[in-house]
Write a protein that binds this ligand. Structure first.
Ligand SMILES: Nc1ncnc2c1ncn2[C@@H]1O[C@H](COP(=O)(O)OP(=O)(O)O)[C@@H](O)[C@H]1O
Ligand SMILES: [Mg+2]
Length: 271
């Protein structure tokens, strides 16, 4: 059961609203201006990649001139063959890497301009889960989720209040005291989802989250991602699982060789 008191803060209006530029044609120097975030319907746009490229070692264009926007409420699958650039795009979004060029706006802020000391706070606003879960094996389900709050300096009282609620959302209450190394793959992914959501991020990013799971468990995790999305969190799901994407019937952004080669509202995975 989802408890009714879960509030996910996406209905909030952004702090500053951009004015539409009307008919005015922008010059190139205007385009390059730092304050140029202009998106006509900017109050619904949470994620905005603008001409983003990442070149490794001067040659490999892992991400090549990528532009796309994601609005409040969207569930977006990011698909493409291995090596297409999906994980690189995600590392740019989480600021594990900086782009070679371009800008990435999250909730109106250019994350490429964030200072080092701003990164921990920023990263709490973008939850991320991985194929290999990245849990602390000798810690319990509770402790794995609590840890994310502890490092953020949250009080013990708040931890005791918040963690069980989040574990309930992901359906793991009965396993709350189990060590994470004792869990099944699906249970581990639920813990990592709880940990990713504990700071109430605007976006949940999932990089091949079902890559280590059997088909039945895969569906349980996808259902959970849908539930989280229905509660107001954007989900960005990077996957090369064609069956999952085709069944989702949601927006599909397709990458190949670092470029976006398709962006469809009720898309299918086309190789
Ligand atoms: N740290 C890195 N250094 C050099 N090349 C990299 C690095 N990370 C990724 N690449 C290259 O960038 C391309 C995209 O990789 P990646 O983003 O992992 O794709 P995907 O997640 O779609 O499989 C690949 O050619 C990969 O080899
Ligand atoms: Mg990848």
């Amino acid at each position: 059961m989802i408890s009714a008191d879960i509030k996910i803060e996406t209905k909030k209006k952004p702090e500053k609203e951009e004015k539409a530029e009307g008919e005015k044609v922008k010059t190139e120097s205007e385009e390059k201006k730092k304050e140029a975030t202009p998106v006509e319907d900017s109050h619904n746009v949470v994620l905005d990649f603008q001409k983003v490229s990442k070149i490794y070692q001067g040659s490999i264009n892992a991400v090549d001139d990528v532009s796309f926007k994601v609005k409040i409420g969207e569930f977006v699958s990011l698909v493409g063959p291995s090596g297409a650039g999906k994980s690189t795009l995600i590392r740019l979004l989480t600021r594990e890497e900086l782009p070679t060029s371009g800008r990435i706006y999250v909730a109106g802020r250019d994350v490429t301009q964030l200072k080092f000391k701003e990164l921990p706070y920023y990263r709490r606003k973008v939850g991320i889960i991985f194929q290999d879960f990245k849990l602390l094996p000798k810690k319990t389900v509770f402790e794995n989720v609590a840890f994310a709050l502890e490092v953020a300096g949250i009080s013990n009282a708040e931890i005791q209040d918040k963690v069980p609620k989040m574990i309930e959302i992901v359906g793991l209450t009965s396993r709350i005291k189990a060590l994470s190394e004792e869990l099944s793959g699906g249970e581990k992914q639920r813990v990592s989802i709880a940990r990713a959501l504990i700071h109430r991020p605007k976006i949940l990013i999932a990089d091949e989250p079902t890559g280590n799971l059997d088909p039945v468990t895969t569906w349980e995790i996808i259902e959970l991602l849908f539930k989280i999305n229905r509660q107001g969190t954007i989900v960005l799901l990077a996957t090369h699982d064609k069956e999952v994407v085709d069944a989702l019937q949601r927006r599909v952004v397709t990458m190949r060789d670092g470029k976006i080669v398709g962006d469809q509202m009720h898309g299918k995975y086309i190789l």
